[in-house]
Every structure is written in structure tokens, then in C-alpha cells.
Design a binder for this molecule. Structure first.
Ligand code: FAD
Length: 530
């Protein structure tokens, strides 16, 4: 079934015929050209230092094929940019799902992060000169870029903490500070750093202190210290750079949008980028499910005489994965439609929902697939281990889950608390009015609770009562018996024992011991007889 037949009905009315055709082409290109080429890409990268110096030739071959098919720059939405391929966020979202199934597909079609977000920044906020110098070669896929915001010495999920200094001196900005997790900075074709720092650290408004400047890679004063790994994967040649700046100078014309507008830019940049990540991640989850299905139907590898797919729990994993992927896809497509109908700002809630939900869903699905593969699942023999590492970072990158959840929770609470409180009060008043009008007693909350409690507890009270009655009867029988036995013993003691003692010639103390012994024996007999 072609990809266009799988578009969820809810999204179908928003997808053009041209987009459907392109979607089918994307699917075919990814499944038939890119996925088989992933292994060759890794092989051509080689080992050691060379991994950071080469661009695997297969990539350029795929780029040429993709361009011929018209599969190029689909990410720039037509509503907001004229430079892209003319698709909406929704249409590109559907395509991005397939791109997420292959390592090389996003770059082969020039839809790879972080270039996509960086191109959006330049297209949206750049001057004509900035666009000519940087956007054009990026759109052509000639160079690559990195976005430098996160710093090693501060908690960067709160961007007001950013300490990087951008100080103006005459016609230049002087850049000082250290950045890390600068994704893409390892690539020898990375020519542009988009850097966020503080131009006005004493501004009383903490959201007006930051600015964004364009900085060519390799300027004097820039040191790339190392590439950080992700669960041991180096992500070469892309990489995640740890970079310091020591009095690096750029012309003031490299400022983007204006001083103090850094926050505005990162907000604008991260919105659609999160949707792209989310849709690619849906593709990663689909891929994991495919691998799981392949393994559980492998006739050669049965457990307890049956293929894994005959075990109920495995079928449950498949079913749950299907449900979770399909539900998450709807969340992402909904966010994409919302952006298309307004802009990223209008879709903040929907974007955050997708940003948080999709990686968590995909991690669950990938984990099931790993489990189904057994030890092979954690090795390099399946793509699952790498997929898991890749997707795990998405719960942190572009802002950790907790920050998005906090903001979402705060917004939801603030926006709804008054209306909800008023509505519930109105509903209660209306319910009381209806009860009174129909001759029923209006009960207070406490009265209702007491009545409810009484009704709930009634069976327990009844049980406890019946128990008490039974115990009392039981106890009464025993107590009566014991009392009777004592009375009998005491009343007959003098008569029987006095006479007997005399007959036996026992002293008073011996008689007392004999009595204690006899009484004990009587009680023991009584107990045994019951
Ligand atoms: C693979 C990868 C690629 C990346 N690429 C880039 C890039 O290209 N450019 C770039 O600038 N950055 C990049 N990053 C960095 C990423 O954006 C940051 O790691 C992220 O914003 C979190 O910042 P931090 O690491 O400083 O964590 P911190 O801010 O120190 O936060 C640590 C933890 O604290 C918790 N936390 C934070 N706030 C709250 C809260 N309000 N309530 C409860 N808990 C909270 C969260 O669990 C969080 O994970 C990348 C990261 C990864 C892993």
C-alpha cells in the first residue's frame, strides 16, 4: 500500500494531490535507496580520525538522485517561506516520518537538522546579505551549519542562564565563552555557527539580554576541543562539538534581527523543528516495529517449540506498539495543522505535546523490539540500539521534558482555572435547582458524603455485628462451663477433700498442693472435651 493511502483520515483533507505523489516518492526513495545505503555510509566513514575528515561519497550520489526526483528542501513550509519546495508543515510532516527511518535520508534530501532550523532562522530573520551568504549555499546543500546555545557551565534548559559574551567594539562584536553539544560542528562542511549569547547582561528584562550572531567556523580564537558521544556513538561526521571562543571578532552586520532579540529567534526556530524531530521519530518507531515483527516471525528462532509470534505477550507488544504509534502520529499531525493555520506561536501547546509524547512513545516501542531480538537487539547487528540512543536524546535536546511539561501545566492551569471553577459552581447550582424543583432534598457535600459513607460501610457494620453476637455466644458457653467447674470444685472441696485428706493423712499444705493439681487436671479435661 503506498504511503499516500496511509494518511490518517483526519489529515487527508489538508493534503494536496502533489504532496501525496511526493509522499509516495519519498517512501520509495527511503525504502529502496536510502535504507540500503545506510550500511555503505557507515563503511565509507571508516575508522578513527578519518571519520571527521570525509564525506561518504554515497551521500552526494543520493543527493543528486533526490534532487532529480524533486525531493529537496521539503521542510520550508509554503505559508511562511518562498524558498522551499512548496509544501505545508503537515505535508512535510508526513514525509519526515519516512526520512526518520534512515540515517542518510534527511541529509540526502536536504532536510537534516540542525540545518533545517538554521535555514528557517535565516529565511525568517536574515538580511538579504545574510541570506545570500549563508542561506543560499545551505539551501543548495553545499555547506552545513551548527546552532550554538548550550553551555557546559550553566543549566542551559533555562536559557536566561546563558553566560556567553557578545560585546560590541566599534563595528565588530567580540565573542567570548564556551559552548557544547554544538551538533553538526564536526562535519568538515560545517561553515556557519549561529551563536546565542548576551549583548546586554545587565538588562532588567532577562529575556532581552540575549542576541544571536552569525559566526563563520574556523575564525581565529575558535577552538574545537572535542566531539561528545551519545551513549558511545560519535555521530560522525556530524558530531556534537565542545567549542570555546577567545576574542573572536565578527562584523556587526552578522547580528540577526537586532540586539536583545535572541529569545524571540530561538522560540521561532524551535517550534517547527520540534515537529520535524517528532515526525522523524514516528518513523523510527515504525522501523522498530518492522524489526520486531520480522524477528518474532523468524521460523529458525523458536522458543519452547513456537515462533515468538505465537506467544500472547508478543502479540500484545505488537498491538500496543501499533496503537501508541498511531495515536502519537495524530498528535504530531494535529500540531502541524495548527502551525499551518496560524504560526508556531499559536501552536505552542500542540508542539509541546508532540515534543514530549513522541520520544517517550518511540522509546517504549524500540525497547520492546530490542527485547524481542534478545541479545542481538542491543548489538550493532540491528539498528535498534542506535535508534534507542538517538531517540533518548530527544527527551533532553531542544529542552528537557520537565521544562515543557512545567510550561504546559502552567499554561493549562492558568488558562482554565477560572472558567472551570465557574462552570462547576454553575452546574452545582443548577443541579440543586432541579432537585428542589422536583421535590428532592438538596444535601450539602458533607451530608452527601456521610450518607454515602453510611451506605458503603453498611455491609461491614452488619458483618461486625454478626461477628460480635457469635463471639458472645461462644464466650458465654465457655465462661459458664468454667465458672460451674470452679463452683463445683470449691463447694465440694471441704466436703470431699477434707474427709479424704483426713483419710489419707495429708497435712494442710499437702492437701493444698493436691487441690491445685486436681483443679488443673479438671480444667485440662474440660478443655480437651471441647
Ligand atoms: C544529542 C544532543 C544534541 C544537541 N544539540 C544541540 C545543539 O545543536 N545546539 C545546542 O545549543 N544544544 C544542543 N543540545 C543541548 C540540549 O539542548 C540541552 O542539553 C538541553 O537544553 C538541556 O540543557 P542542559 O543539558 O544544560 O541541562 P540542564 O539545564 O542542566 O538540566 C538538567 C536536567 O534538569 C531537569 N530540569 C531542568 N529544568 C527543570 C524543571 N523546570 N523542572 C524539573 N526538572 C528540570 C531536566 O531533567 C534536565 O534534563 C543537544 C543535546 C543533545 C543530547
Amino acid at each position: 500500500m503506498p504511503a499516500s493511502d496511509n494518511i490518517p483520515p483526519i489529515a487527508r483533507p489538508f493534503v494536496s494531490e502533489r504532496a501525496k505523489k511526493t509522499l509516495d516518492l519519498v517512501e520509495e526513495f527511503v525504502e529502496k535507496e536510502c535504507i540500503p545505503a545506510d550500511a555503505l555510509f557507515s563503511a565509507q566513514l571508516g575508522e578513527g580520525e578519518q571519520r571527521w575528515k570525509t564525506t561518504p561519497p554515497i551521500l552526494e550520489e543520493l543527493k543528486a538522485k533526490a534532487r532529480k526526483l524533486g525531493l529537496w528542501n521539503m521542510f520550508l513550509p509554503k505559508n511562511h517561506f518562498s524558498e522551499g519546495a512548496g509544501f505545508s508543515n503537515l505535508e512535510y510532516g508526513l514525509m519526515a516520518e519516512y526520512l526518520g527511518k534512515s540515517k542518510v535520508a534527511p541529509e540526502a534530501t536536504n532536510n537534516a537538522a540542525p540545518d533545517t532550523g538554521n535555514m528557517e532562522v535565516l529565511a525568517k530573520y536574515g538580511t538579504e546579505e545574510q541570506k545570500r551568504q549563508w542561506l543560499k549555499p545551505l539551501l543548495e546543500g553545499e555547506i552545513r551549519s551548527a546552532f550554538l546555545m548550550t553551555e557546559p557551565n550553566v543549566a542551559s534548559s533555562d536559557a536566561t542562564n546563558i553566560g556567553f559574551s557578545i560585546r560590541r567594539e566599534g563595528d565588530e562584536y567580540v565573542l567570548n565563552g564556551t559552548k557544547w553539544w554544538s551538533s553538526g560542528a564536526g562535519d568538515p562542511r560545517c561553515k556557519l555557527y549561529i551563536v546565542m549569547g548576551k549583548t546586554d547582561p545587565s538588562n532588567p528584562n532577562p529575556h532581552r539580554q540575549q542576541s544571536v550572531v552569525l559566526c563563520p567556523a574556523g575564525l581565529p580564537g575558535i577552538t574545537v576541543h572535542r566531539m561528545l558521544s551519545v551513549y558511545g556513538y560519535d555521530d560522525a561526521p556530524h558530531g556534537h562539538g565542545h567549542i570555546s571562543f577567545n576574542n573572536v571578532r565578527v562584523p556587526v552586520s552578522n547580528l540577526v534581527l537586532g540586539e536583545g532579540r535572541g529569545f524571540e529567534i530561538i522560540q521561532g526556530r524551535l517550534g517547527p523543528g520540534r515537529i520535524h524531530h517528532a515526525m522523524r521519530t514516528i518513523g523510527a518507531a515504525e522501523k522498530a516495529l518492522e524489526w520486531m515483527i520480522a524477528r518474532v516471525n523468524d521460523e529458525r528462532k523458536k522458543t519452547f517449540g513456537k515462533p515468538l509470534s505465537s506467544h500472547g505477550v508478543i502479540l500484545e507488544w505488537i498491538a500496543k506498539s501499533r496503537i501508541e504509534i498511531d495515536a502519537a502520529r495524530l498528535i504530531v499531525l494535529n500540531a502541524a495543522i495548527k502551525i499551518d493555520q496560524g504560526d508556531a506561536k499559536a501552536a505552542l501547546k500542540e508542539i509541546a505535546q508532540a515534543k514530549v509524547l513522541v520520544p517517550q512513545m518511540a522509546l517504549t516501542v524500540i525497547d520492546r523490539a530490542v527485547q524481542a531480538w534478545g541479545a542481538a537487539g542491543v548489538s550493532q547487528d540491528t539498528p535498534l540500539a542506535y535508534l534507542w540512543a538517538l531517540v533518548r536524546t530527544l527527551r533532553i535536546a531542544d529542552g528537557p521534558d520537565e521544562v515543557h511539561l512545567q510550561q504546559m501545566g502552567r499554561r493549562e492551569n492558568k488558562a482554565r482555572k477560572d472558567a472551570i471553577t465557574a462552570k462547576l459552581k454553575w452546574q452545582k447550582d443548577e443541579a440543586d435547582r432541579l432537585l428542589t424543583a422536583n421535590g428532592f432534598k438538596v444535601m450539602s457535600h458533607l451530608e452527601r458524603r456521610t450518607k454515602q459513607n453510611r451506605e458503603t460501610m453498611r455491609p461491614f457494620f452488619f458483618g461486625a455485628y454478626a461477628c460480635t453476637i457469635q463471639c458472645r455466644a461462644y464466650l458465654r458457653t465457655y465462661i459458664h462451663k468454667y465458672i460451674h467447674a470452679y463452683i463445683h470444685m470449691y463447694s465440694t472441696r471441704d466436703r470431699n477433700y477434707g474427709h479424704e485428706n483426713k483419710k489419707k493423712g495429708l497435712s494442710k499444705e499437702e492437701a493444698r498442693q493436691d487441690f491445685i493439681h486436681s483443679t488443673g487436671q479438671i480444667l485440662l479435661d474440660l478443655k480437651n472435651s471441647n
